[in-house]
Design a protein around this ligand. Structure first.
Ligand SMILES: Cc1ncc(CNC=O)c(N)n1
Length: 211
């Protein structure tokens, strides 16, 4: 299980699309395709985060959780960022055809929003979703990367130090919840974590346009 997790995590955070941004060889049509699809994804991600906030308000025994999650919601003011980024790249957002992988990921999020899903499971998924983007885009900003200057804004959005700090806060919350979780919930959280990684890999794969 650990080996599988490790492999999938690397696949999700070092995807060929990300590596192509990092080495500057990125195909701009792939980038635009990703941008349009991610906008659609984020519109569904906002209600998911709101559902995690509701779970935190009911279940959490630590007053700090709500602040961290609210911070995440506030940064999802991304909707506006997507709109300006899309106009910069001439990507029409209004009539984006929602790709299959995106639909599957959004359906997965919808299921995680159900009230019967444990807070520990939902917060683990939330952390994993954010961490994949943070690790991926931070990789494009490391010393020695040749990320094209016009893509720096995007990489900064998720790769910046503040976002990294926020992901570590989410991880702490998730770890605290999992330490107290029953073995049943723990298993569900593990499975959910792996599903997130699989969905993220499929999501990056979409950028090729042939999947
Ligand atoms: C597919 C996917 N996964 C994670 C993120 C990062 N979270 C919010 O922006 C994202 N934008 N898109």
């Amino acid at each position: 299980m650990w080996a599988k997790k490790h492999l999938l995590y690397t696949e999700a955070t070092r995807h060929p699309f990300i590596l192509s941004i990092r080495d500057g060889s990125v195909d701009l049509s792939s980038f635009k395709r990703w941008l349009g699809q991610d906008y659609v994804f984020v519109r569904e991600f906002v209600p998911f985060v709101a559902s995690v906030l509701i779970k935190a308000s009911k279940k959490s025994d630590d007053g700090n959780d709500m602040e961290v999650i609210l911070g995440g919601l506030a940064s999802l003011n991304e909707i506006a960022w997507f709109k300006s980024e899309a106009s910069k790249w001439d990507v029409p957002l209004s009539n984006t055809v929602v790709h299959k992988a995106n639909q599957n990921y959004r359906r997965f999020l919808e299921n995680l929003m159900l009230p019967e899903v444990d807070y520990a499971v939902a917060i683990t998924a939330f952390w994993a979703i954010e961490a994949v983007y943070q690790e991926s885009f931070a990789h494009c900003l490391e010393d020695g990367s040749k990320t094209p200057s016009e893509l720096q804004d995007t990489c900064q959005r998720w790769g910046n130090e503040g976002f990294g700090e926020y992901c570590r806060s989410l991880q702490k919350i998730a770890n605290r919840c999992l330490e107290k979780a029953s073995s049943d919930v723990l298993t569900k959280a593990e499975v959910t974590f792996l599903r997130v990684l699989e969905h993220e890999v499929e999501f990056w794969n979409m950028s090729h346009g042939c999947a």
